[in-house]
Design a protein around this ligand. Sequence first.
Ligand code: PLP
Length: 395
Amino acid sequence: MQMFEDKGLTTSEVTQMLQSLLADDVGFASGRPVASMSTEPHSLGVEVFSRSMEKNAGRFHTFAGSAKVEREVIDMIGDLLHLAEPFGTTTSGGTESNILAMLSHREAARKKTGMREIIASKTVHASVDKAAWILGMKLVKTEVDDQFKAVPDAIEHAIGPNTVGIFATAGTTYLGQVDPIEEIADTASKHRLPLHIDAAFGGFVIPFLNDLGIGHHAFDFQVDGVTSVSTDPHKMGLGPIPCGCILFRSERHLKTVTRQVPYLRGASAFQPTLLGTRPAGSILGTWAVMKHLGRSGYRSIVRQCMKRTMNIKDRVEPSSTLSLAIQPVMNILGIKTKVVSLELATQKMEDRGWRIDLSPLPPTMRIVVMPHMTDGTVNALLNDLEEAAGTVPSD
Ligand code: PLP
């Protein structure tokens, strides 16, 4: 069969075909994706994005208005993360931000010879492994404590002559844990090493937990010794995909990841991103959502997600078949099974239409309580979870 036919189809034929292909997607509106760090983007962001399809953030000389909007997104996120004069860029998400952070560590230590090393705890996101692989660097992974937090002493112990930087996480992928950033930052400063904080998820959660008195985490630029922080508007920022952001404390760090593109003019000629052509629409959408929700809007969303997280905790804790890996720090839970295997329970949940993940460290079912999860979804999820975890296989 010819896949790319000579004669085109009518728009309604195309639309119908696409609709039938997409029937297999499990959208957020169904409430079924319960381990995703993305959610249904805010409708204002969708509307703005859909009107901005032609705009290219790799061509800020042409789309100078979009460049101003990106600047405002960076400044708003800088304000959120306690950095009055942020140097940074929006990115395609947490992966690109981590690659840029590691690149900045590598480039700042150009004089070092040999295989350059980055130190991070075992709970860093897989994109940090990917970054080391791409950049030809070695990732040295250190132990975590019984709460799955990085251990500052283990990080200090791992520092050697080839170390060029440290990564820590504020809102780990598996459990939403926050590493002891202040202590790690002291170690980084003592050894004059740059410290990147991956707050891809936590950046749009922790400031509001702090406001609500649910947490007291210093994780961003208010901690001396933190040199860069990444956070993703396309996660708890409710912006349209793709929109991540990395901020550097100093211009020097941003410069290390910036390349000149000789044939482009003006603002387009200097790219601090891995991508060339990239959508400006999701940046504009994010700007609109941040302006519209304001801090109070995000605070309400975080409050609601935490209420539902605690509802799950309250039902799992007394259960004879389920348990929690740790007390939830943010709207992420790691759930263990007591009777049947995790794999079996997870498969049963998938068979019932839930879209759920299995984390390796610690082995848990991972639930991320995003805004698309309503009280009804949480209740249905728990009913199914209790059944899936409660049946011992007959053989
Ligand atoms: N960092 C952390 C802590 C994450 O949890 C994730 C994704 O879940 C990423 C980075 C990668 O983000 P993205 O999928 O947007 O590239």
